[in-house]
Design a protein around this ligand. Sequence first.
Ligand code: GLC
Length: 498
Amino acid sequence: MGKVAVGATIVCAAAVCAAAALLVRHRMRSSGKWYRAMAILKEFEEKCGTPILKLKQVADAMDVEMHAGLASEGGSKLKMLISYVDNLPSGHEKGIFYALDLGGTNFRVIRVKLGGREKGVAHQEFDEVSIPPHLMTGSSEALFDFIAEALAKFIDSEPEAFHPPPGRQRELGFTFSFPVRQTSIASGTLIRWTKGFNIEDVVGQDVVGELTKSLEKIGIDMRVSALVNDTIGTLAGGRFHNPDVVAAVILGTGTNAAYVERAQAIPKWHGPLPKSGEMVINTEWGNYRSSHLPLTEYDDHLDEESLNPGEQVFEKLISGMYLGEIVRRVLLKMAEEAEFFGDTVPAKLKQPFILRTPDVSAMHHDTSPDLKVVGNTLKDVLEVSNTSLKTRKIVVEVCDIVVTRGARLSAAGILGILKKIGRDTVKVGEKQKTVIALDGGLFEHYTKFRSCLESTMNELLGDEVAETIVIEHSNDGSGIGAALLAASHSQYLGLDES
Ligand code: GLC
C-alpha cells in the first residue's frame, strides 16, 4: 500500500471513530437525560403514594379535625360552618322559585317550578353566563352588577305564566360557593375567597346585602330567601329525591363536603335546639391540612405562588382548578432538568395554569395506539410538536399519578365524614343505606377520577360496609337545592295552603 493510501485510510478510520464517539456520546447524553427524566417521575410517583394505611390516617385525622371545628370557632382548619339549614326539603315544596348559582368561572340563573310530592320539579330553565376574568378580581359592585343584569335579562324574557301575582315578590335561593359565616338562613359574611376569586371589598361583608344592592339598582324586586353553599344546595337537592341522602360532596373547580349533624354534637352552636334535632354543616374541607397528606415540592410551590398561600391545601391536591397545574409543573421540571421536550424548554410550558384539567382528562383517556390525543394536546396547548410515543406515554403517566392521588384522597375525605356520622361500620343485622350526593365537573366528566374514587371507597370500607354506601350523582342539584330551600323559607309559607 502506498503512503498516500495508508494516510487516507488512517484519516478515514479516525473520522469514523470520531463519528462513532460522537454518536455514543450523544446516545449516552440522551440516555442520561432520559434517565434523569425517569428519576424525576419515579420520585414524584413515590411522594404521591396513597397506600390504604395513609388514606385511613387522612380519614382519622379529618374526623378529629371535624370534632375540633364543631367544638369552637377557629378550633380547626376545618371551619365546620353552621348553615342554618335544620330542615331539608320534604318534597312538598310548591311554587315558582329562582336560584343563582355562583362559585366557579360560570354562574347560572335558574327558574324552577316545584309541584309538591306528585309533580316534583315540574319545570326548570336556566341561563349560564361565564364571568369575565377581570370581574373575579375587581370590585364587588362590578361583579354583582354584572350578575344582576343577567338575572334581569332572564326575568325580562320569561313568559307571563311565571310572573308573580300582584303584590308578591320573586324569591331566590342564592348558591354562593365560598366560605360564608352565616348569620341566618338568608344572610352571612364572606370569610375569604377561594378558587381564583379575589375581590377584597366584599370579604367580611354580607353577600346578600351586596347582591340586593345591585338588584335594587336596576329595579329587580326579588327577595333572597336562602343563602347556601353549593354543598348544602346539593344536599338539599339530593334529599328532595332520596330521603337516605345524608351528605354531599362537590368535586369540581373546588372541593368541599356538607353533611347532616346532630345539633347536640355542635358545642359551638348556641342558638335554640332545632326541632329536627339536626343541623347541616358545611365542612369547607378544601382547607383541610394534615401531616399525612402526600405533599410534594410541586404542591408546595403551587401553594406558595397561589392567591391564597397556606390555605385550601386539600383542595389544591384534589380539585379541577389545580390538577392540570400540578401536571404542568412536573412536566416543566422534566423539561428544564432533563430536556424532556428537546433542548429548549417550551415557552408555553412556563405559563401557570395553561394546562387545564379537561386537557389532562383528554390525554389520560386517550385510547389510540399512538396516543394521538396526547400528541395533539401537547401541540395545541403547549406548542410542543413531534413528540415520540415514549414521551407521550410518560405524559400520560404523570396525569395518572396526579389524578389517582386526588381521587384517592377524596375517597379518604368521604371516609372521614362517614366516620364522623358513624356510618363507616355496620351493626349486626342492620343494613341502613347511606347515600352521598356527589356533584361537580371533575366527578361528572373525568371518568378515571370517578372510577378510582369509587374503587378506593370499596377498598377502604370493605365489601360489607361498601354495600350500604351509595354514591349518587346529583346533577346540578346545587341550584335546585337552593331554590328548594328558598321555598321552604319563603315569606309566603303557609299563605298558599289555605
Ligand atoms: C371551595 C369553596 C367552597 C365550595 C367548594 C366547591 O372549596 O371554598 O365553599 O363549596 O369550593 O365549589
